[in-house]
Design a protein around this ligand. Sequence first.
Ligand SMILES: O=C(O)CCC(=O)N[C@@H](CCC(=O)O)C(=O)O
Ligand SMILES: [Zn+2]
Length: 343
Amino acid sequence: MNKAFEDFLGWTCANEWGSEETQKKTLNNGVTLSIWDSGVLEVTPSKPGKKDIVLSCAVHGNETAPIEICRDIINDIITEKQTVVHRTLFLIANPASINKGERFVEENMNRLFSGAHGNGKAHNKERERAAKIEQYVRRFYETAPEGERERLHYDLHTAIRDSKREKFAVYPFTHGKSYNKHQLQFLLACGVDTVLLNQAPTTTFSYFSVNEFNAHAFTVELGKVRPFGKNDRSKFAASEQTLRRLISEDSVDFGEFDPNKHFIFKEAQTINRMNEDFELNFADDVANFTSFDKGDLLARDGDKNLYALHDGEHIIFPNANVALGQRALLTVVRVPTESLELE
Ligand SMILES: O=C(O)CCC(=O)N[C@@H](CCC(=O)O)C(=O)O
Ligand SMILES: [Zn+2]
């Protein structure tokens, strides 16, 4: 076996900004593996089911649990321990940032999608890679068999801070389209009972798939950032098992929808850092989903004070060190699950 199929993650990291060496092989079980680039593996069963599934990890290189999960699923597919019935595209998005052990090399890749990689005068390898990844996703969805199909994309992450709600997903802005009950059930089976509803377009990877391909796509936060080998994989077992079921079963029954089992939050504010002189008004160890009340000071940006606008406004992804113009804090408020328009 050649190196890429023997150790896909290792080969990917050895070719950190890409490889033009495309490779293909068909397994004894009829599944065809096609490597389009480093970190880009298309898995095609001989008679593909109706789902086209994108599983991405390492958009941020230090978020290792999702990388370990994808690595293990890929290895099991290659060794035929894991069956696959639906076309699946695995994307290890930013291998150079894995090698560096950091969130990114030069620029946060998860702010470069939907063409943002071409904005302004900046050129860097992360921008080139984001542009290529967009093309791979397009190629994957657009080369699906004819007929009615379901496009899915789960972009797997872990968060920098502790979180009062361990696992949560970001539901990208749907432009008014209904939210999908079955997707909430899938997330729940992954152990993700908490969902944040974005209220506007973003330049994240998951929004790209929602907006350009009408996919059901989510940023999924599975736990906290830790180095390779330091993840307690038992905490990720439900997520990994559910992803394995998703790719290997024709259709997975996640049971009756019970609104009480889902905790839905709506974006209240996105606070972008606009000045060098920016600070958060709470400590670095304050966890995601800590609640503030209306009028509480959340941050100072230059000479502007930024306050909570509601009682029960929860903070998510606080980070004072982001580049100018980027999100330094998201705040959300709880909404009843029953208030959602669900399909
Ligand atoms: O913990 C943090 O501060 C960041 C974790 C992370 O990478 N989150 C994603 C969320 C993307 C989204 O809003 O859909 C990110 O910031 O890119
Ligand atoms: Zn991330």
